[in-house]
Ligand binder design. Structure first.
Ligand SMILES: O=P(O)(O)OC[C@@H](O)[C@@H](O)c1c[nH]c2ccccc12
Length: 265
């Protein structure tokens, strides 16, 4: 795996994603991916599952399957997506997130396919979506939701990609990490707004980001990145955030099911 030393990590990863899509689309055209998307297993409601947890007065956990990251390198050696998916579901997770980005997160489409087949939870394809091809491909492999990162997209691109995702039956999680991106994201239709505590340009994590944006009205807020303990979740819940996207701290436990249960207790 490569490490990223440049300051603008996000630009580098997105440029690589575009090049990768250009290569893959020679083998499978957009029309091919759209046909596969239309034939894919019907979407499991991702946002509906989160809202159902809230209706039960539960917090909602989006549990992430992640082998490595540019900031931490290899996170877990014995990496079996199906087993981790089952452990997350047994431990009480509401939804899954599966990294599919190959070069820096060591993800793969197959990990999403294996994880989704092993459980009944809705699954977020966690990647750097900058083209329609990637979105059609995500639905084709079974994804129920995709991620749109405002820092990587113009307003027009974000609006276009969201409409395209919705046309394929996908839910959308839009991700921001400051007030300016949040304001831009409010132009989108999706109710699901992720606040990433990790600045994707510098890779630094600061939970203050979630606290600062916690008063955004009219959206289901998701606190993302750098979360590890029940006390942090309680502090965020006190500010009205009841949905959490957590990867690394759970993936580092040998007993993922017990760790998930303990976190949600
Ligand atoms: O492993 P963590 O620190 O719990 O973070 C999970 C998730 O928030 C993080 O993987 C993430 C959030 N937004 C992203 C965008 C791309 C890649 C990864 C991410």
């Amino acid at each position: 795996m490569e490490s990223l030393s440049m300051t603008d990590t996000l630009t580098t990863i997105c440029a690589n994603s575009r090049a990768h899509v250009a290569m893959r689309s020679e083998k499978h055209s957009l029309a091919d991916r759209e046909a596969a998307a239309a034939a894919a297993s019907p979407p499991r409601g991702f946002i509906a599952a989160i809202h159902a947890a809230h209706a039960r007065e539960d917090k909602a956990l989006i549990a992430e399957i992640k082998k490595a990251s540019p900031s931490k390198g290899l996170i877990r050696k014995d990496f079996h997506p199906a087993a981790i998916a089952r452990a997350y579901q047994a431990g009480g997770a509401t939804c899954l997130s599966v990294l599919t980005e190959e070069r820096w997160f060591l993800g793969a489409d197959n990990y999403l396919i294996e994880a989704r087949a092993a459980c009944t939870l809705p699954v977020l394809a966690k990647d750097f979506f900058v083209t329609r091809w990637q979105i059609a491909n995500a639905r084709a492999i079974g994804a129920d939701c995709i991620l749109l990162i405002m820092a990587a997209l113009s307003d027009a691109e974000a609006i276009d990609l969201e409409a395209y995702a919705h046309s394929l039956g996908l839910d959308v999680l839009v991700e921001v990490h400051d007030a300016a991106e949040r304001d831009r994201a409010l132009q989108l239709k999706t109710p699901l707004l992720g606040i990433n505590n990790r600045n994707l340009k510098t890779l630094n994590v600061d939970l203050v980001t979630s606290f600062e944006l916690a008063d955004t009205p009219g959206r289901t807020l998701v606190a993302e990145s750098g979360l590890s303990g029940p006390a942090e979740l309680a502090a965020l819940q006190a500010r009205g955030i009841n949905t959490f996207l957590i990867g690394e701290s759970l993936m580092r436990h040998s007993d993922v099911e017990a760790a998930t249960r303990a976190l949600l207790a």
